[in-house]
Design a protein around this ligand. Structure first.
Ligand SMILES: Cc1cc2nc3c(=O)[nH]c(=O)nc-3n(C[C@H](O)[C@H](O)[C@H](O)COP(=O)(O)OP(=O)(O)OC[C@H]3O[C@@H](n4cnc5c(N)ncnc54)[C@H](O)[C@@H]3O)c2cc1C
Length: 435
């Protein structure tokens, strides 16, 4: 499961780039996002992207299964972790969500024309993209509930719907939206009613209604938005894969996206733990460094344990995805999608406590990091949905196996066997309990 030499070399270069260009610019980044807001392009991002591209630290997320120059999940994991150490970093390397998921979707399911028109500029970092699935009026964690419509009209489709939490839609660089809606609302199979279609953000009828703050933050860690699609007309050739393939694409898209989130959260948590350790030796309330307080040692130790657990689970999921495929690895992907954000949220919460009042402003980027971990317990599927899936898969697995040959736990001891054992004196009798 060890990463290759190629991955190790990239990790070294990435670490050097982070030290030279990313960490020194983080404060500027937070100030720009706060001052310029969610509708702006941030100058620091535009300055740093060409540097990363020139160094060949670009599009590292591309999967080797789709691109001969790409990386396996095991090779990408340590790199994604390094980028995750800073909320600023992933976009600089053209490796940020939801663009990576959208690029992978077009790469895997798009036509040659769609690739030429949208994938090329996305891979070049010239434009950004959004993914519009969730709706305010539907319980969207069950995507079957999504009510937006994609209706064929001659050589076009007409799209109507209200979406929200459409990350990136406020960015002026966002030029293309992958939209999920119903093309066959009354179809017999509920998993074939949905389709995905490409909608240019500047198509007539697309209105970005408002930017949504995420736990009070605009711009970073997420540019969420509410978007209205009113009689939007797009050519039929904008359909991805084919009518009715929405669920199939969603499954293919969300697996890699989820593991990337987890890898980044591990990097973020690791960096925050490093800061906690340094802080613990520097601050000494009531005459004793925090590092000597047992509560601090407990929290640092628990953080270490939890981060390493999450990393091992994530590497295991990455290995499974590489070797048996995303579908067979769905249990492992669901497990890390629950474990990593929960771990990160706890580690960051302990850090905020240790940093005192200063832990609540972005001098140490802890509130933005907390918002990131917290939102990832919802985005790409809430914890409960993943746990439901893990539980169902686990029950199914044990339905099929009987490794110790003792029958299933639901079996009742047959009456004749119970009586036979009783006759043989195998059960204790009243006399056995008398003094
Ligand atoms: C910051 C942020 C960014 C996002 N970015 C995007 C994006 O770019 N594109 C996009 O389409 N969506 C995006 N989302 C939306 C996200 O994917 C949805 O919020 C999520 O899927 C839940 O859907 P919902 O909000 O409709 O909640 P609902 O479906 O209404 O569910 C509400 C709650 O019910 C509970 N629940 C759900 N199912 C079960 C169950 N089976 N058992 C027990 N409890 C359950 C969970 O606690 C859940 O949080 C983003 C969300 C956030 C917060």
């Amino acid at each position: 499961m060890d990463p290759s030499k190629k991955s190790a070399d990239l990790a070294e270069r990435l670490t050097a780039f982070m030290a030279e260009h990313i960490y020194p610019n983080e404060r500027r980044y937070f100030l720009e996002t706060e001052r310029l807001g969610p509708w702006a392009i941030y100058p620091v991002v535009e300055e740093l992207k060409p540097l990363a591209r020139a160094e060949g630290l670009w599009n590292l997320f591309l999967p080797v299964k789709e691109d001969p120059n790409g990386l396996s999940n095991v090779d990408y994991a340590p790199l994604c972790e390094i980028m995750g150490r800073s909320i600023l970093a992933p976009e600089i390397f053209n490796c940020s969500a939801p663009d990576t998921g959208n690029m992978e979707t077009i790469l895997r399911y798009g036509s040659e024309t769609q690739k030429e028109k949208w994938l090329k500029p996305l891979l070049a970092g010239e434009i950004r993209s959004a993914f519009a699935m969730t709706e305010p009026e539907a319980a969207s964690s069950d995507a079957r509930n999504i009510g937006s419509s994609i209706i064929r009209d001659g050589d076009d489709y007409i799209v109507n719907g209200r979406k929200w939490y459409t990350t990136n839609a406020t960015s002026p660089a966002c030029k293309i939206i992958i939209f999920m809606g119903k093309s066959d609302p009354d179809g017999e199979d509920p998993y074939r009613r949905q389709s995905m279609i490409l909608i240019p953000r500047d198509a007539p009828g697309v209105k970005v209604i408002r930017a949504l703050p995420v736990m009070g933050f605009y711009g970073t860690p997420d540019r969420a938005a509410e978007v209205l699609f009113e009689n939007v007309r797009v050519p039929a050739s904008n359909m991805l894969l084919g009518e009715g393939c929405g669920f199939e694409i969603a499954q293919g898209r969300l697996g890699p996206g989820r593991i990337h989130h987890c890898m980044r959260l591990i990097g973020l948590s690791e960096r925050i733990l490093e800061r906690m350790c340094r802080r613990a030796e520097l601050r000494a309330p009531f005459g004793r460094p925090l590092a000597e307080q047992s509560v601090t040692l407990e929290r640092i130790a628990e953080s270490r344990i939890m981060i390493d657990q999450a990393r091992l689970l994530t590497m295991n999921a990455a290995h499974m995805m590489d070797t048996v495929g995303n579908k067979a690895a769905r249990r492992e992907i669901a497990m890390i999608k629950v474990a990593a954000p929960r771990m990160a949220q706890q580690v960051i919460d302990w850090a905020i406590q240790m940093f005192g009042g200063g832990g609540t402003n972005n001098d140490h980027f802890l509130p933005a990091a907390f918002a990131m971990a917290r939102l990832l317990r919802l985005a790409d599927g809430p914890d409960e949905v993943h746990r439901n899936q893990i539980g169902k898969l686990e029950i199914r697995r044990h339905r099929q196996t009987n490794a110790d040959n003792t029958g299933s736990a639901g079996d009742v001891l047959p009456l004749d066997e119970a009586a036979r054992m009783s006759n043989q004196g195998l059960w204790p009798r009243p006399a056995d309990f008398q003094e």
